[in-house]
Design a protein around this ligand. Structure first.
Ligand code: ZN
Length: 357
């Protein structure tokens, strides 16, 4: 059954390719079977394909031959694949619209002077609500996707509440998030929830190999098992060699592997390194970082202090940081987890860092 289900990503605009995302077939069938509410909140780890999944659900809802999955052949499916369906509206932050190559779309027009927002703006929500009150172009009803819904700011979320409670003309809504707790409770409580899990590692590995990654294991682990995130990381050069060298580089205070990358990416990778240092100090295996060589376990107090620092930066990632200075400072803080003994007489004046295996 699964092989017959169409799971091409109609929405990834980056390359123009339509990639089949085979792990979405089973959740799609499940969601279609239980999709009774007018608003569904799709949640799960980043990089599994929330937007694509919401797109498939919306496409199936709009499809002229609806079944477990969109038929992929009718007029409605064709319009969705061209992102030209009059009854499908996809609400994303302007920054994501740019990243997806959708900036030619009318919603982002006229704002090219400003830095694209990472939040979903209230005027964009109001536009979507106005659109929902117009007559459906093809008669089936309207479909609104909000991705990611945790980027609705308070004003945007409040503007949406009435629509979420009682959508005009039987409209369906699909909201996505990696963390439902980041949504206002009033938004959360109005949605049926659906958890979108990561595919099993073998399936994800095979899929990544099909996308040209010969040895995707380490990158997939860094991505927490999420194939689309792994693909992004690989495109940024975060391969097995890079990942394997990271723990010792950070312990040495060497920020070079991280410089030139986005603050969001660096903070995410350092969080994962901190997590793995913590679990390794309890004798458990690392989860995200595949490395043969590790520094000695740091003190857990010092580690917790560093994690708090990372969290502070993560909360303010819209701040106009000087990225290079910030990254160097995060790595310097990390390196201070391992007090240097060189001044106290270690041979050659080198920091004393050992593998603890
Ligand atoms: Zn169709």
């Amino acid at each position: 059954m699964a092989t017959a289900v169409r799971t091409e990503s109609m929405l990834l605009g980056r390359t123009g390719d339509h990639w089949p995302l085979p792990w979405l077939a089973e959740p799609l069938a499940t969601a279609r079977a239980f999709d009774r509410s007018h608003a569904m909140l799709i949640h799960g780890a980043a990089g599994v394909g929330h937007l694509e999944f919401a797109g498939l659900l919306a496409q199936a809802w709009l499809c002229e031959k609806p079944g477990q999955a969109p038929c992929g052949a009718c007029g409605s499916c064709h319009l969705v694949s061209q992102r030209a369906h009059p009854d499908l509206h996809i609400l994303v932050p302007d920054a994501l619209r740019v990243a997806l190559g959708w900036q030619g779309d009318d919603e982002g027009a006229g704002r090219s002077d400003a830095k694209p927002s990472r939040e979903i703006r209230v005027d964009a929500v109001r536009q979507a609500i106005d659109w929902s009150h117009r007559t459906a172009g093809r008669g089936r009803g309207k479909a609104l996707i909000i991705h990611p819904a945790d980027q609705l700011n308070t004003a945007s979320a409040n503007a949406l509440l009435k629509t979420l409670e009682e959508p005009a003309g039987g409209m369906r809504l699909w909201l996505t998030t990696t963390d439902p707790e980041r949504l206002l409770p009033t938004v959360r409580s109005r949605c049926q929830r659906l958890h979108l899990g990561s595919p099993d590692p073998a399936r994800a590995r095979t899929w990544l190999q099909g996308r040209g990654l010969a040895h995707p294991e380490a990158t997939l682990a860094l991505a927490g098992g999420s194939p689309l995130l792994a693909l992004e990381l690989a495109a940024e050069g975060l391969d097995a060699d890079w990942i394997g060298a990271l723990p010792m580089a950070v312990a040495r205070g060497d920020a070079r592997p991280l410089l030139g990358r986005s603050v969001v990416r660096v903070v995410d990778v350092l969080f994962k390194l901190a997590h793995d240092l913590q679990v390794r100090s309890f004798g458990a295996p690392a989860r995200f970082i595949t490395a043969a060589k590790w520094p000695a376990p740091p003190s857990l107090d010092a580690l917790a202090h560093w994690q708090r620092g990372l969290r502070r930066v993560a909360r303010h990632d819209e701040h106009p940081w000087n990225a290079a200075l910030l990254i160097e400072s995060l790595v310097t803080q990390a390196a201070s987890l391992w007090p240097r003994h060189d001044e106290a007489g270690t041979r050659g004046g080198r920091p004393s860092l050992h593998s603890n295996r």
